[in-house]
Write a protein that binds this ligand. Structure first.
Ligand code: NOJ
Length: 585
């Protein structure tokens, strides 16, 4: 077994200066950040909708699991037409989730427990119930109230045609016509998402100032960072040029639809967004304690993504290229190398993620016959996953991810191996289901409330049977109390992995050396093997068992090892963390 090469590539001068200035010490560089989706984590009052007191009561779970921080999806005042990503008041808590004092209590308790808290910030659009949008509707075309949004006159003789052919991400046109206060058909406003989510005009200094103030509001309350929604969308190309293709959240080759073109569509990844983040970085730096910004930016190639995390912009960006990658050794190795290289060039840590509230859970994705990718939700009559295969692959993928240097994101319930639930059509709530005229199933399947105790109402989600999305019976079998202290359970695997990751400092390993097993090439036969600080990681993503090096200690394995004489064999779709025999430690 020999080390063949090492990633990441050498850093630029800029990045070296950042590190020389002590940049390596920041907590977020190697943190495991757990995403809490407030609607579905824990319901304190039994109304079937999760809430902040429910989350606070369950925070010890995150300590037991061993993560460093939590990211809370939106809990702000909102009509919930896009599950809270439609914010009506950025400085208050929606009554469904509690009151402002509950947010303060959650922050205080999390900090007491040693957990950092990152909150969601939704700056691309507000809700149509936001005071600004109400004022815009009540005001005249050309007024300062309208200038906070993207109102335009329609085309056609009577302005009856939308200003451009832009399409909304959730389906249908991206423009909606308003009725003017005098009752006549009027201007149109842009909404890249739901019709209830009007886009703000980020060239307006009032908008810029408002969000700096919102940042300060939450920083003053003690949050440790912000996850920035649709970070690549805030600024649109000058003049809103025509674009008549479908709109996906994604740019470049990630989207498939644009082929090799590197020109982003006029709504995404425009140069002007970077000025916004430089200003935000300056706000965060007024505060102590390493506050951070993480970008939700579906941009491609990764070099474009790296521009969001230059030294004076954000700190991290989600790695969606990794999330949508097929579970294949060559593809994943390329993702790891390209990401590591691009992030190192700007001095930012790479991040890794397999699931979140917008995608089919990875246990399910990997159980489908076309494993991986980014399917649009599952319906009862779709090709169904093989749950055992999906779980085995998901566990292998997880141990691979958690061994990588950098920061990792874990979505609530993945530590239980939850699959996506098949939500009946009449229970679907994702706006994309209606906006796409029932063509796109939407994201409800990954948002079903978490099971805590098999024998309790709503599996312990809350004190009653109520659950805003129906929980499938298998969630009872996978409830936390069925897995805690059960050797080999998915929960115990995550716990052990997070403990070892911390003990061995895997997240801050300076580099990653791809290795060969038994003289095979690093990805031969679908095997991915690398040395990182204190561990040898072997992910067998191929079809044949792989012999593990004699004398190596097995620290953790995602499945069962097989034996052949004296040799231990790592079965297909299994990952092992080993120590030695040649490890310096
Ligand atoms: C990305 C969020 O993750 C998603 O849930 C939301 O629908 C869109 N942004 C619009 O805010």
């Amino acid at each position: 077994m020999t080390t063949t090469d090492a990633a990441p590539a050498p850093e630029t001068d800029d990045a070296q200066q950042v590190h020389a200035a002590g940049g390596r010490g920041e907590w977020w560089r190697s943190a495991v950040i757990y995403q809490v989706y407030p609607r579905s984590f824990a319901d304190g009052d039994g109304d079937g909708m999760g809430d902040l007191p429910g989350i606070t009561a369950r925070l010890p779970h995150l300590v037991e699991l061993g993560v460093d921080a939590l990211w809370l999806s939106p809990f702000y005042t909102s009509p919930q037409l896009d599950a809270g990503y439609d914010v009506a008041d950025y400085r208050d808590v929606d009554p469904r989730f509690g009151v402002l004092a509950d947010a303060d209590a959650l922050l205080a308790r999390a900090h007491e427990l040693g957990l950092r808290v990152v909150v969601d910030l939704v700056p691309n659009h507000t809700s149509w119930e936001h005071a600004w949008f109400r004022a815009a509707l009540a005001a005249a075309p050309g007024s300062p109230e309208r200038a906070r949004y993207l109102f335009r006159d329609g085309r056609g003789e009577h302005g009856e045609l939308p200003p451009t052919s832009w399409r909304a991400v959730f389906g249908g046109p991206a423009w909606e016509r308003v009725t003017e206060p005098d009752g006549t058909p009027g201007q149109w406003y842009l909404h890249l998402f739901d019709v209830s989510q009007p886009d703000l005009d980020w060239t307006n200094p009032e908008v810029v100032e408002e969000f700096r103030d919102v940042l300060r509001f939450w920083l003053d309350r003690g949050v440790d960072g912000f996850r920035v929604d649709v970070a690549h969308g805030l600024v649109k190309a000058d003049g809103l040029p025509e674009w008549d293709a479908e709109t996906e959240m994604i740019t470049g080759t990630l989207a498939g639809q644009h082929g090799e073109s590197r020109t982003p569509p006029p709504m995404w990844d425009q140069e002007g967004v970077h000025e916004v983040y430089r200003a935000w970085r300056a706000v965060l730096e007024e505060y102590d304690g390493d506050r951070m910004l993480v970008a939700e930016a579906w941009v491609d190639p990764v070099e474009r993504l790296a521009r969001y995390v230059r030294p004076d912009e954000m700190h991290q960006a989600f790695n969606f290229g990794y999330l949508v990658s097929p579970l294949e050794a060559a593809a994943l190795k390329a993702q790891v190398e390209e990401t590591s290289r691009a992030m190192a060039a700007v001095g930012a840590p790479p991040t890794w993620v397999l699931s979140n509230h917008d995608v089919v859970r990875h246990t399910t994705r990997f159980g489908l016959s076309a494993a991986g990718g980014n399917p649009d939700g599952l319906a009862a009559d779709d090709d169904q996953p093989d749950p055992a295969v999906g779980l085995q692959r998901a566990r292998a993928a997880t141990l691979l991810m958690l061994a990588l240097p950098g920061s990792a994101y874990v979505y609530q319930g993945e530590e239980l191996g939850l699959p996506d639930a098949v939500v009946p059509d009449d229970a679907r709530q994702d706006p994309t289901w209606e906006r796409s005229r029932h063509q796109v199933n939407g994201r409800d399947g990954c948002r079903v409330p978490v099971p805590w105790e098999a024998g309790s109402p709503s599996y312990g989600f809350g004190p009653t049977d109520a659950s805003w999305l129906p929980q499938p019976a298998v969630y009872g079998e996978l409830a936390l109390d069925r897995q805690r202290d059960v050797p080999g359970s998915t929960f115990e695997m995550y716990r052990a992995a997070l403990r070892l990751r911390r003990d061995l400092a895997l997240g801050s390993s300076p580099d990653l050396g791809w290795t060969e097993l038994d003289g095979a090439a690093p990805v031969a036969g679908g095997v991915l093997a690398f040395r990182t600080s204190g561990a040898l990681v072997v992910a067998n993503l191929g079809e044949a068992p792989v012999r593990l090096p004699d004398g190596a200690e097995v620290l953790l394995v995602s499945g069962e090892l097989e034996h052949e004489g004296e040799s231990r064999l790592l079965p297909p779709m299994t990952t092992a963390w080993l120590r030695g025999p040649a490890d310096p430690s």
